[in-house]
Design a protein around this ligand. Sequence first.
Ligand SMILES: *Cc1c(COP(=O)(O)O)cnc(C)c1O
Length: 375
Amino acid sequence: MTVSAEVGVPFLDLARVHAHLRDDILSDLSEVIESGQFVNGPHVAAFESAFATTCRTRFAVGVASGLDALRLALLAAGIERGDEVVVPAATFAATFEAVTQAGGVPVVVDVGPADYAMDPQGVEAAIGARTRFLLPVHLYGQMADMCPLRRIAAERGLTIIEDACQAHGAERDGMRPGAASAAAAFSFYPGKNLGAMGDAGAVVTDNRALATRLRALREHGQTRKYRHEVEGYTSRLDTIQAAVLLRKLPYLARWNDERRAAARFYTDALHGVGDLRLPPVAPRSLPAWHLYAVRTSDPERLGAFLAERGISTARHYPEPPHLSPAYAWLGRRRGSFALAEALADESLSLPLFPGITEGELDAVVDAVSDYFAHG
Ligand SMILES: *Cc1c(COP(=O)(O)O)cnc(C)c1O
């Protein structure tokens, strides 16, 4: 029954994803080397235009990372020192980093069970006189519920910036990231649904003035060469990374379909196994399945059991930002955000990537079933 488990299953196999693109990417890279143009240039412009089309937004502005996409989006949207930004407790540290590095103060709210994204009721309760922004995170690739957030933002005069760093190609209520907000920030960290071969990111928006400010901020505040309109940063999208992303972007939809098929396989096969709680999918939601994170009482022990069978897993994220030393100054103790803390304690992400085979998925399911049968 468990023979297939012995082949080993990687958590993510990027070499497999890139194998058929290798020659094209190499020829693009040699084109960049010939051109001598390593910042900006036609590859960056072409990628930005193609990515905006994919996101169904008017503009995309390439930057150096997902963190910079969030940070510069907040700055371009006019954040001022001391402004409060509502963030969810279940996220990667970068969401918090972006707020504080842009001069804001994170106001943390718990996530809801329907999608593990910021709970609109909690958001309303957290809004005070200094609140200026909502920063929902589309955790694991499923979009937050943008309709109530948009209503709250309109009523309270707040701006929404989306952390879409895990949600390339996700949809909910017929909307993609960027449709119901001032801007959405993406990361192209190599392991993301659309990944570069190094660090990269982008902001998408329908707002021309915001896009213009972003273009200045990423490049020393310049609106044209040596005209420094505002104080800026060095945070351009590398031309080499833009060339890689331009080659990979046409496959994003197919890769997401493969992720969805793998997620469906797990959901069918793992339903009712042991104490597992499978990832929720909200109505009218089409997650991009950046991660497939199951919940169980002892994820470390399940992870170790799977590792013995050659199956790699990961924990996203064992320490929520509000309980990390970096954010101790927020003064939030354990017990502050019940569901986010439960996710940190209980989540284990199973192997999921484009090109994962049915044999590999079977091996994971068999091993997980064995763990609960006699582990
Ligand atoms: C990856 C990620 C980021 C940051 O992206 P970098 O490119 O690593 O800076 C931000 N938020 C979330 C939710 C992420 O998963």
